[in-house]
Design a protein around this ligand. Structure first.
Ligand SMILES: *Cc1c(COP(=O)(O)O)cnc(C)c1O
Length: 424
């Protein structure tokens, strides 16, 4: 792209943006009478305008027909899972039978580890990152302890050979080095701190080549980058829906279980009555007859209010598609990167941690600020730029293609420049 460092250019990009209509689907938090610049969709996505009416509808059903809502009305609650299949399968690149919406992310990671971590005498190790998100670390650690495996000896915590980013080659070398002692590779899709997007296909292939399985925490990847979990032969994955998928604080999680495993009725799993096949679920005979595919992992009846908030958000995703979103995202984040590099002052004061290769990142750029980082961050918040802070000096800036604009990216760079001058 031949970007230009002017407001006029940014405005023109917005005018020509085929997705510019999507912004009006969201409530943009105000700041001093205008829209704030919300670059925090990596932490909590904005509220779709549709959410309120989706919630109101189910509240009305509950109000007017009570328990009958499970089986009556336009969308009987007992069948609500069906509505997730198509949009989720599209977003993560799966077959409909391989995806399910349930629980919260950490809970799903535990359910998946319960299924996918079956250590044998020799094959006990799990490879994860040293800098893994705390839940990922705790999930692995606790499953090892539950199985009587020593985390100290068998959690293999890898860190980048140089700097903060991994190469795919070094990850594959680690996998091959552990070889037939490796049970599982458990990595993020996108690393939450650096914004690096891992090569799921080649990492999964390497895991399989030594007889291990591969699963991913897609909290920062789902709804952000193009995924092809089915084709890449990923064994399992889970994500939260309140980051790039705008389902609301603490919103439901999603999980993927490859049909290689989910089609096997005897695949080990923790079970509950709601994973029992609907045909005989209410016979209550305690003979578990699993639902087809990933639905067999469902434990409980669905949290309907959380589910419809997720469906409201997915209804906006259905107004576009992931390749259109990703195509805008590459340009929007590319424009941010351009402004940070092009301007001498920004270049001297801001170090971009995130990979410069668009294929190795999503929309987020993680920036380490060389001087007075906290004061600059506070100044950004005061100026109506909403983003987040990670110790010791990192701000994560996530322009999302759903609702952010090129003009916001440009204005952000101007505000950042001003704050750097004021704080030098
Ligand atoms: C946000 C995030 C979580 C959050 O887990 P919850 O169970 O939804 O609280 C987990 N893992 C990663 C990598 C995250 O970024």
């Amino acid at each position: 792209m031949n970007f230009q460092n002017t407001l006029e250019y940014a405005i023109k990009m917005d005018r020509n943006d085929p997705l510019n209509h999507l912004r009006s689907e969201y409530h943009i938090p105000p700041h001093e009478g205008a829209d704030s610049i919300y670059f925090c969709g990596n932490s909590l996505g904005l509220q779709p305008k549709a959410t309120e009416s989706f919630l109101k509808k189910e509240l009305d059903i509950w109000k007017s027909i009570g328990v009958e809502g499970h089986f009556k009305g336009e969308n009987p609650w007992v069948n609500i899972q069906k509505k997730f299949k198509k949009p989720l399968a599209h977003i993560v690149g799966a077959k409909e039978s391989e995806v399910v919406a349930m629980n919260n992310l950490t809970t799903n990671l535990h359910l998946l580890l319960a299924s996918f971590y079956q250590p044998s005498e020799k094959r006990v190790k799990i490879l994860l990152e040293q800098g893994a998100f705390p839940s990922d670390h705790y999930v692995v650690e606790s499953h090892m302890k539950m199985k009587g495996v020593s985390p100290e000896d068998h959690m293999i915590l890898i860190k980048p050979q140089q700097g903060e980013l991994f190469t795919t080659e070094e990850i594959i070398e680690h996998i091959e080095g552990i070889g037939d002692e490796l049970a599982l590779v458990f990595l993020p899709g996108i690393q939450y701190y650096t914004g690096q997007f891992f090569d799921l296909k080649n990492i999964t292939r390497a895991a399989h080549s030594v007889g291990a399985l591969a699963g991913y925490d897609l909290a920062h990847a789902a709804g952000n980058v193009l995924l092809s979990l089915h084709e890449d032969q990923v064994d399992f994955a889970a994500w939260c829906s309140y980051k790039y998928m705008n389902s609301g604080p603490g919103g439901m999680s999603g999980a993927f279980i490859h049909e290689n495993h989910s089609n096997d009725p005897n695949f080990p799993k923790l079970t509950g009555w709601w994973g029992h096949h609907l045909d005989t679920r209410f016979d209550m005979d305690n003979h578990f007859h699993p639902s087809a595919g990933a639905d067999a992992w469902i434990l409980s009846n669905t949290n309907i209010l959380s589910a419809v908030a997720y469906l409201a958000s997915l209804s906006v995703f259905e107004k576009t598609n992931m390749s259109a979103l990703r195509s805008k995202s590459e340009k929007l984040t590319g424009f941010l990167e351009f402004l940070l590099i092009e301007d001498e002052l920004l270049k001297a004061n801001v170090n971009i941690i995130t990979p410069s290769n668009p294929d190795a990142r999503g929309c987020q750029l993680s920036l380490s600020l060389r001087v007075n980082a906290k004061a600059i961050f506070d100044g950004l918040i005061e100026s109506g730029v909403i983003l987040d802070w990670r110790e010791p000096n990192v701000i994560r800036v996530a322009p999302t293609p759903m609702y952010n604009t090129y003009e916001e990216v440009f204005r952000f760079s101007e505000i950042l420049k001003k704050l750097i001058v004021e704080n030098s």
